[in-house]
Design a protein. Structure first.
Length: 208
């Protein structure tokens, strides 16, 4: 019977390079976790960058929810700023932000345009009847094709578009009062300052 060599009884150790790489991975993982925790307490944690910021809003022609025979185009909305709010009756978070949007709409400071996304028309109308309609007009994108051009990935999402049709701000997630006060209103104030105050919005005809 062979006798094992002295080296075979020694514990196997990882190479120094493997130890260093493992330590770096662990430190990086801890860093990501700490960053996530720090972001979770911020008001803009749902705010995502958009490729549309500073660019023209996508062209569209969508039916009005309350009267599908009427179409509204992006060109018709130009002339004054507007807030485009993406919602659906199937979206519980949309219900959370609805009272805040309603109070803001009552100030009549800017046009509120509803964007009803991938929804059943009867369900959407019933939702607005129950909760109230803060929108100047509600556009219906039942199939969600136009939403692809806007980069809409979920509801709710909210855009601020200036009078020239340029997207100035976007928020993904429910609008809270903090988001309203610290993000949307300052963005609107900047647009208003550039145009020298409020402009009369064009008449869209049948809106609701």
């Amino acid at each position: 019977m062979s006798t094992p060599s002295p080296d075979s009884n020694k514990p196997h150790r990882l190479p120094p390079v493997a130890i260093i790489l493992g330590a770096l991975f662990f430190v990086g993982l801890i860093g990501l976790m700490l960053y996530g925790v720090s972001r979770s307490g911020r008001a803009d944690r749902d705010s995502l960058p958009s490729a549309l910021i500073g660019k023209q809003a996508p062209a569209f022609s969508l039916p009005v929810l309350h009267d599908p025979k009427v179409l509204v185009t992006d060109k018709q909305l130009r002339g004054a700023p507007y807030v485009l709010n993406v919602w659906g009756s199937w979206c519980p978070t949309c219900r959370d932000e609805h009272p805040i949007l309603t109070r803001f709409a009552e100030t009549k400071r800017v046009r509120m345009i509803g964007y009803n996304w991938k929804d059943n028309r009867e369900d959407a109308l019933r939702w607005l009847e129950q909760l109230g309609n803060p929108y100047m007009v509600v556009l219906a994108d039942e199939e969600g094709r136009t939403a692809l051009d806007w980069g809409i990935a979920a509801a709710p999402e909210t855009f601020l578009v200036d009078g020239s049709g340029t997207v100035r701000w976007k928020y993904s997630g429910a609008i809270t009062q903090q988001v309203m006060d610290q993000q949307l209103i300052p963005a609107l104030e900047k647009v208003e300052a550039e145009i020298g105050g409020r402009h009369t919005a064009p008449d869209l005809g049948t809106a609701r």
